[in-house]
Design a protein around this ligand. Sequence first.
Ligand SMILES: [Zn+2]
Length: 269
Amino acid sequence: MYRSMKQALLAASVLGLVITPAALRAQGSAEKKVESKQTAVAKCHETLLKGVVNLDNNDVRFRTAGGLVVLIDPLAGPSDPLAAGAGMAKPDLILITHSHGDHFVPEVLGEYIKANPGVVLAGPEDVCKTAGEKGIDRMTRVVPGNDYEMAGINFTAVPAYFTNGKSHPKENGWVGYVLKLDGASYYVTGDSGPVPETAELKADVIFPLLWGCGGNVDQAVKMVELSKASLAVPVHHGGHIEAINKFMAGLPKETRGLYFTGGKPVTVQ
Ligand SMILES: [Zn+2]
């Protein structure tokens, strides 16, 4: 042990180190600053995800501070334990991105109409048509690029398509949604890759398609970059943990990522 600070400093300078008490103090406070910044970021993201849950596939649900409930592409009905557990069995607004069966289940919509007869429903033209054929005649048509206010919720329907392949062509008029809730913006991409319109969007939180149906990790990361979101929550991931990890590793350094499994958030980085 060194008998005095002077001796300790002398020993340090012999070793080629320059350590002063002031430097030590500065180092400590810098560490504290980084730590408190990280805590603030984590807290901020906790706040952003308050009342938000991804149950499965593209089934993303929101409950605002005022108690309004919005479901996007619900697959689970109101009696599903996860749906009921999330406190979202009586939605005010249901938005559908497109007519594929892993996003749009008319029977499930029928169940929510029974649970809350006042629920407002919206989706692209072909979804409204199919719903009508199944006896659901109340759907409002949305058009890519337009802003809406329905059931007290402000949102934009944004184009969702792939520039390659024929499974999700732009001409179908299918959409993703950017919701404005409690002062933050949430972008659920639907089945879409990064397209020119994505660069015009800005969101605090993005829920990109990760796996299958034309989606992949690289495209999902690109969409995060374009949206400049501070929090990325990959959906439609099918539990493919390798793809999830690759996605998280590819995120811009200023973006934090997590995903949901069994309706619960899992932090990766
Ligand atoms: Zn699809």
